[in-house]
Design a binder for this molecule. Structure first.
Ligand code: GAR
Length: 214
């Protein structure tokens, strides 16, 4: 991708990953966040976007609304920005197959676990309950199956005996803020792609645990 990559970020909450990407764009990401969309009107990430003078929209689920109908409205909101890349940054909604198929290979997510471990919610507590000594975060392409798309990059953190979900989440968050902007950069430079359910960096298949330099 030669010109700056147009990025739309979808959020539901604090938006610290959005902030890390915005900070990266100020440096050298070759990407421009052209819009931030939230499904929660009070998401703090919207305030962050305003501070950076980024256009925002809210798409709020209506009572009894079918998932496909919500997703159709979400697509309308996204398409206004003509993005090259959709970044899910704490966007806490399950997306319909139709929505995911539309953006296949153009949509990435960050998940707070070392996938395929702990898809879904409460990942930090589950890692503690399982007495894992290692935990982390994964950036992956989004496919219709929840949290199951090919992993692009993972970051690991230790789990200490005295950890609770909050201290562990904080440690994972710090790593998320390092790896997510890097993956956005790879995509925006045209180095990253998805084909046949596999992620590629510079034309080479990325292994199941994400990119790992030799
Ligand atoms: C992040 O930890 C992200 O991994 C997680 O939500 C948090 C959002 O934080 N995403 C998921 O759990 C998606 N399944 P943020 O709003 O501060 O970026």
């Amino acid at each position: 991708m030669s010109a700056s990559c147009r990025v739309v970020v979808l959020i539901s909450g604090n938006g610290s990953n959005l902030q890390a990407i915005l900070d990266g764009c100020d440096d050298n990401l070759n990407a421009e966040v052209v819009g931030v969309i939230s499904n929660k009107p009070d998401a703090y990430g919207l305030v962050r976007a305003h501070h950076s003078e980024i256009d925002t929209s809210c798409v709020i689920a209506r009572k009894g609304e079918q998932r496909e109908d919500f997703d159709a409205r979400l697509i309308n909101a996204i398409e206004k920005y003509q993005p090259d890349l959709i970044v899910l940054a704490g966007f806490m909604r399950i997306l319909s197959d139709k929505f995911v198929s539309k953006y296949l290979g153009k949509m990435i997510n960050i998940h707070p676990s070392l996938l395929p471990k702990y898809t879904g919610l409460n990942t930090h507590q589950r890692a503690i309950d399982a007495k894992d000594t290692e935990h982390g975060a994964s950036v992956h392409f989004v496919i219709p199956e929840l949290d199951a798309g090919p992993v692009i990059l993972q970051a690991k953190v230790p789990v200490y005996p005295e950890d609770d979900a909050e201290t562990l989440a904080q440690r994972v968050h710090e790593q998320e803020h390092a790896i997510y902007p890097l993956v956005v950069k790879w995509f925006s430079l045209g180095r990253l792609s998805m084909n046949n359910n596999q992620a590629f960096l510079d034309g080479c298949v990325i292994g199941e645990s994400g990119y790992a330099p030799d």
